[in-house]
Design a protein around this ligand. Structure first.
Ligand code: LLP
Length: 460
């Protein structure tokens, strides 16, 4: 067993994870036994330095790439991946803005003293209260998602006597995610306004919304927004979408004389979840996207817009792990067409309530026994939770030491994004704490829920 790092070569742990010579794993200098003793399990553990380094790397890569073609860029951390007050502060410290998707996320960003001007508010069905909270905070942008919303935000801003900067979210026909890349003329989904001509051949919904924004004095048309998907590993989708958005920008300028200042290309930068998987690296992808933005603008004869991007998963995903304690262990004999074999079912003290992604998306993860070294032969294992359904799987398939047993600490890698933020109280489980580890110490960012928290909501 290597002592310089965890077991599996190339496993997607954060940079502060290493296996000590005695076999115990540490995160940023804090041993997992101490983490478990101090904070209990399950617990989400964030490697603060790793988060900060990724945030910085994204900002610097995009700044360098767009400076090289002659324009500026803002990197918005997409808070939907994980937003706590401390996490918002880290993002801000590293020079990022914060993208929020609801009044709740907006409230967290404001609690962290993120200036309103550095916050964007998204959502396909924002409530009036959410829009008003954004107006009162002086957010730098509201991303509008429908014609109805253009009027609603305009009315609310007029009522407040303010002019609010807005971007119009458009659908480019480019949809990407995982290794898939599908191009369709009309997208059958709820977000954004299509750039394709209307059914009667008239103005596209996107152009109609942009013109509707221009018609309302309480709205300032800041730019056009496009988000094509998540966990994208092929950057060509970003370039294809940028091309469509830049053409739309030129079309709008030709029709109205207004050339919008900014184009937001959304998030979606993919990460590694399994040993040996490749992540999208910020520097090459930033260079490619900047190169094609510059080329398309040159073709169109339009000046470059300022660009913004919204990575979430790529910043916080690899920075987090989930620490569990093993409970029951059960060998199950499995027969498929070819063979009969044993799968070791390893139950942990959490499950689909703290990570719904395997059940929801069939997401794959990597796990290791982290509290001790083991010389036992590895066996085929499945890590499962404690919920009342068989789909409650944490890790579908992983090799674990054959002597894995109750009381062992087990960590699942790369759970920082969309773990805590999609957690639930299913089966009355209390949501785990978010703990930060840095420089040999740990602290609680979000405390563990208690049964009193659960019962306090139930008015009987
Ligand atoms: N910007 C917008 C407008 C978005 O809708 C999203 C994600 C992002 C940025 C950030 O995308 P990221 O860089 O994190 O991929 N729950 C799913 C992911 C849903 C993403 C929704 N929108 C999952 O667990 O994979």
């Amino acid at each position: 067993m290597p002592t310089g790092g965890p077991d599996a070569a190339g496993a997607p742990w954060s940079s502060g994870v290493r296996r000590r010579p005695d076999g115990e794993v540490e995160v940023a200098g804090v041993g997992v036994a101490a983490l478990a003793a101090d904070h209990g399990t399950p617990a989400y553990v964030l490697d603060e330095a790793d988060f900060r380094a990724r945030a910085r790397a994204y900002r610097q890569a995009f700044e360098a790439a767009f400076a090289a073609v002659g324009t500026g860029v803002d990197v918005y951390y997409a808070g939907k991946a994980l937003l706590t007050v401390a996490v918002a502060r880290w993002a801000r410290d590293e020079g990022l803005c914060v993208d929020t998707a609801s009044g709740g996320e907006l409230a967290v960003a404001l609690r962290a003293d993120v200036p309103g001007a550095a916050i964007g508010l998204h959502g396909n069905n924002k409530s009036d209260a959410e829009v008003l909270a954004a107006l009162d905070a002086g957010v730098g942008r509201i991303i509008v998602d429908s014609l109805v919303e253009v009027q609603r935000v305009a009315d609310l801003a007029a009522g407040r006597g303010v002019v609010v900067p807005v971007m119009v979210r458009v659908t480019t026909g480019v949809h990407a995610g995982g290794h898939e890349y599908i191009s369709t003329a009309h997208e059958d989904q709820k977000f954004g306004l299509s750039v394709a001509p209307a059914a009667d051949g008239g103005t596209s919904p996107a152009l109609a919304a942009l013109e509707a924004v221009l018609a309302r004095p309480s709205l300032r048309l800041l730019g056009i927004h496009s988000h094509i998907g998540s966990q994208i590993l092929d950057p060509s989708g970003f370039e294809a979408a940028a091309r469509v958005v830049l053409r739309l920008r030129a079309d709008l300028a030709a029709r109205t004389g207004v050339l919008v200042d900014e184009v937001d290309l959304g998030g979606g930068y993919g990460i590694a979840y399994l040993p040996g998987e490749e992540a999208l690296e910020p520097a090459p992808v930033a260079r490619e996207v900047a190169g094609s933005v510059a080329a398309v603008c040159a073709e169109l004869g339009t000046p470059l817009p300022r660009i913004s991007v919204e990575p979430g998963r790529a910043i916080v995903g690899p920075a987090g792990l989930t620490l569990y304690t093993v409970g029951t262990v059960k060998p199950v004999t499995v027969s498929d067409d070819d063979a009969t074999f044993t799968r070791l079912y390893v139950s942990v003290d959490g499950g689909m309530s703290d990570n719904i992604r395997p059940a929801l998306y069939g997401a794959q993860y990597h796990a290791e026994v982290v509290g001790r070294a083991s010389g036992a032969e590895p066996v085929l294992a499945r890590v499962v939770g404690k919920h009342c359904e068989s789909g409650d799987i944490v890790v579908h398939q992983v090799m674990l030491p054959g002597d894995v047993r109750a009381g062992d600490l087990l960590a699942v890698a790369a759970t920082g994004a969309y773990g805590r933020s999609m957690a639930s109280n299913y089966n009355g489980l209390t949501r785990p704490p978010v703990v930060a580890a840095v420089d040999g110490t740990s602290r609680v960012l979000v405390r563990r829920e208690t049964l009193d928290d659960l019962l306090g909501l139930d008015l009987g």
